[in-house]
Design a protein around this ligand. Structure first.
Ligand code: PMP
Length: 408
């Protein structure tokens, strides 16, 4: 057995090293650790520096410390019945979806587990899995671990719209899965109903399962001109699609790792089969608190969106003033910034330089792309940095001041 090459991981490298057949530390870990070592400001990993609602924290604490039922022992593998009912009620209230909580909803330990279990359940070894790129990095690693091959279709600036025709053109008998993410990390693109309909329609002639990652469902900004369309509201989707979401982004509790999938009974059962050998189950107290949040967010979603809208605009204006070409997202936590007006370095190199010189951590988008894209020096995705704006305004202005000093 070779050594797992943690130390070898280059700043821009993908999480799965094809040659070494090894999983590397994620870019979030690498940027987080090097930024912390310099006592810097981490605008890399997407976690808010303010916690979610105090009343939900209180409920989780009470669940642990009072005799509130079995909230310190194994919950059921599929999640507490009340939790699954709350997910179903949330889907009905927000999207008009009618799901059976006992068979069509499954608790997951974060969206990450829902993604992993779905890919392991449906990506046949040797098959092809299609995704737009950049993509959330667990997709690439999990497809590799499943023994399948990731094929990517780029999202291009300035709008980062999905080229649905190009995706459909890549569908073959070899394709086992399509991985979608809307609202999308890191571009902020919200897929339209028409785009999703075209994808669902095209899969009818193929034996393909779609995983749609919807963790940013409540973070679409008022000026986006589009609202979130859950994949399962598209006619025909229930036969082929698994939707994944999480309380991490919805309630600003990324550390709670409390997520869920929704799908047909048949697809839920297949994911559940894999999931029982990942964590089996977890987080009884958080399930208890998230159950209440899903029934009634007490205005948190709107309040959080408003706050993020402001910090998005603050960071975008600051980065533009510094000379970056910035792309304002429709949703989510991140701004993409093209570095080419400022440097000849790749974004991976420049990200390291900004950590070293300014103490500001960012994610090079190349770490969220296919290795063949990373190897192409002309591909614009190698010159984009991802900045998180889910931070307090003073954190962002301090980071901008530090960057200003270095750029001067
Ligand atoms: N999917 C996407 C697109 C994400 O951005 C994230 C978190 N950054 C996740 C999944 C993981 O969610 P969780 O923390 O609930 O596992």
């Amino acid at each position: 057995m070779g050594q797992v090459p943690w130390a070898r991981a280059a700043a821009g490298a993908n999480t799965y090293d094809q040659q070494a057949h090894a999983v590397l530390p994620t870019i979030y870990e690498r940027v987080g650790a090097t930024t912390a070592a310099r006592d810097g400001i981490n605008l890399g990993q997407g976690f808010p520096d303010h916690d979610g609602p105090a009343w939900m924290r209180q409920l989780a604490a009470e669940a642990i410390t009072t005799d509130h039922g079995p909230t310190n022992q194994y919950p059921p593998g599929a999640g507490f019945p009340d939790f699954r009912q709350a997910v179903a009620a949330h889907q009905r209230r927000h999207y008009g979806l009618d799901l059976d909580p006992t068979t069509q909803v499954l608790y997951c330990t974060g969206a990450t587990e829902g993604i992993a279990a779905s890919i392991l359940a449906f990506a046949r070894p040797g098959s092809e899995v299609l995704s737009f790129e950049p993509f959330y990095d667990s997709y690439g690693a999990m497809v590799s671990l499943a023994g399948a091959h990731l094929r990517t279709i780029p999202l291009r600036a300035p709008d980062f719209r999905p080229d649905v025709e190009a995706l459909i053109a890549r569908l073959t008998d070899q394709t086992s899965m399509i991985l979608l993410n809307s609202p999308h990390n890191p571009t902020g693109t919200v897929f339209t109903r028409g785009e999703l309909e075209a994808i669902i329609h095209a899969t009818r002639a193929h034996d393909v399962v779609i995983m749609c990652d919807e963790v940013y469902e409540h973070l679409v900004f008022d000026d986006a001109g589009v609202s979130h369309t859950p994949i399962l509201t598209i006619p025909g989707a229930l036969q082929v699609a698994v939707a994944v979401s999480s309380a991490g982004k919805a309630f600003s509790f990324t550390g709670w790792k409390t997520g869920w999938i929704t799908a047909s009974c048949e697809l839920v059962n297949r994911v559940r089969g894999v999931k029982q050998f990942l964590t089996f189950t977890a987080n009884p107290a958080y399930q208890y608190a998230v159950t209440a949040g899903l029934h009634d967010d007490r205005g948190f979603y709107a309040h959080n969106r408003q706050h993020l809208h402001q910090t998005r605009d603050l960071l975008a204006a600051g980065l533009t003033e510094l000379g970056f070409t910035t792309y304002t997202p429709q949703a989510g936590y991140f701004i993409l910034a093209d570095t080419r007006e400022l440097t000849d370095l790749t974004a991976a190199e420049y990200s390291q330089k900004l950590i070293d010189d300014a103490g500001v951590g960012t994610i090079p988008v190349s770490a969220l792309t296919h290795p063949s894209t990373q190897d192409d020096p002309h591909d614009e995705l190698n010159y984009l940095l991802r900045f998180a704006f889910c931070k307090h305004p003073t954190t962002l202005t301090t980071a901008l001041t530090r960057l200003q000093k270095v750029l001067d």
